[in-house]
Design a protein around this ligand. Structure first.
Ligand code: HGY
Ligand code: MN
Ligand code: MN
Length: 413
């Protein structure tokens, strides 16, 4: 028996109208990419957009102790609440859909259900969340809002994280007029939740190959970030003989190639996408290079083995180059298998294929505490973390419909 309101059909035009009201916020430069660093003016404007949209819908907006926002339809205190949502922060020059699609789709899914609900709130409250610092683009640790909420990171550790300009998480939070002294786990807020479902643009091409607009997630590969401080000796690029140099960039080049080779051999992923060079001069051998390694693999032993092999190769090279290497783990996200019962329920309800992913999400953090699922929306090129990231309005509208049916199934269960 079907319970709850019949979700109204969602047209691509309806999706596009709300989408276009958010899309200009934080779009930076001519490449069409986004710069929405956590608590930057662009991120604060996007959060304000969310609060206004929620209040326009008579939803109750809650800011938790970690700065995560939730717009509630119904009273979550009644328990077994159903949460959806995602994030509004971006990687530097990222696409517009990563995160934002889940937030916009959550609001539109609530609209689709409310139009037939006759003003009656669901028996289990439905919330749309915006989580803080999912990308870790400003403070280095991804999913910081949900890690703090669930106790997966110590408050003092999070507060002390610094951005590239030396501004701490605590300082940035205070500048955003939020109280950093209150950050930390909130078991009572988590205990209210009966389910979390995050909708996200697919960051690959599996749905294209399956000719399906929407998929259900199986799980997330374990992944992590490591920082390598490679130190050498600054010197003149013209007068210093190659044999006399202690060049950290040479060690770094071997790191990049070694990580790529090790990941290829193991069917895993390894990326060096960020470097900081000191002093960063064309005609000077650098004094130091800081490199960040992002590594992902099918299981945790495979991930450890990959990172250990990359570290060993880099240290060996450093011995030849006369450089020093300090290796620091900045974050580790364990393997996630989403709740099998919920996943099967959604697969049947939506007649959607099941996909694995190597991308991280707040759903991965919450899955250890709340029955959690994810929906993916087809991305024709599979490109993500780039301005080329895209999903059609038609597929996005189908994603909203799938989310609305999911929320109905869970909230009126
Ligand atoms: O980096 C990731 O996997 C995600 O997109 N935050
Ligand atoms: Mn992302
Ligand atoms: Mn994301």
């Amino acid at each position: 028996m079907v319970r709850g309101p019949e979700p109204a059909p969602v047209s691509p035009e309806r999706f596009a109208a709300l989408w276009c009201s958010l899309a200009p916020i934080g779009r930076a430069g001519s490449d069409g990419g986004y710069l929405r660093y956590t608590w930057s003016p662009a991120d604060l404007a996007a959060r304000e957009w969310f609060v206004e949209e929620a209040l326009d819908r008579d939803l109750t907006v809650e800011t938790d102790r970690n700065g995560n926002l939730t717009a509630w339809w119904g009273d979550p205190a009644a328990g077994d609440a159903v949460l959806t949502g995602s994030h509004l922060d971006s990687v530097p020059h990222g696409g517009g859909y990563d995160g934002a699609l889940g937030v916009v789709s959550g609001l539109l899914a609530v609209d689709a259900l409310r139009s037939d609900a006759g003003g009656v709130a669901p028996p289990r409250a439905i919330g749309v969340a915006v989580f803080v610092e999912e990308e870790g683009a400003r403070f280095g640790v991804p999913c910081l809002g949900t890690r703090l909420l669930t106790g997966a990171v110590e408050p003092q550790t999070a507060l002390a994280l610094r951005d590239a300009d030396g501004v701490s998480f605590a300082e940035a939070m205070a500048a955003a007029e939020l109280d950093p002294t209150g950050v930390g786990p909130d078991p009572a807020a988590l205990a209210r939740l009966g389910a979390f479902v995050e909708l996200h643009i697919e960051q690959g091409r599996a749905l294209v190959d399956l000719a399906a607009p929407v998929g259900v997630a199986q799980g997330i590969w374990p992944h992590g970030r490591w920082r390598l401080e490679i130190t050498g000796e600054a010197n003149h690029a013209g007068t210093t003989r190659l044999v006399d140099r202690r060049d950290p960039m040479v060690t770094c080049a071997h790191l990049v190639l070694g990580a790529n080779q090790q990941a290829r051999e193991r069917g895993a992923q390894a990326t060096v996408g960020r470097l900081a060079v000191t002093p960063n001069a064309t005609n000077a051998v650098p004094a130091g290079v800081t490199a960040w390694l992002d590594a992902r693999a099918a299981d945790e032993p495979a991930l450890r083995a990959l990172v250990d092999a990359v570290a060993a190769q880099t240290l060996e090279q450093a011995g030849r180059d006369g450089t020093g290497v300090e290796f620091t783990e900045e974050s580790l996200s364990p393997a996630v298998v989403f709740d099998p019962g919920l996943r099967e329920r959604l697969r049947e309800l939506l007649d959607a294929p099941v996909l694995a992913t190597a991308a991280g999400h707040d759903a991965g953090v919450l899955a250890a505490h709340v029955p959690t699922a994810m929906l993916f929306v087809r991305n024709p090129t599979g490109v993500s973390h780039s301005p080329a990231e895209h999903a059609s309005d038609v597929d996005c509208a189908l994603g909203v419909e799938a989310l609305a049916r999911t929320l109905r199934d869970l909230a009126w269960r």
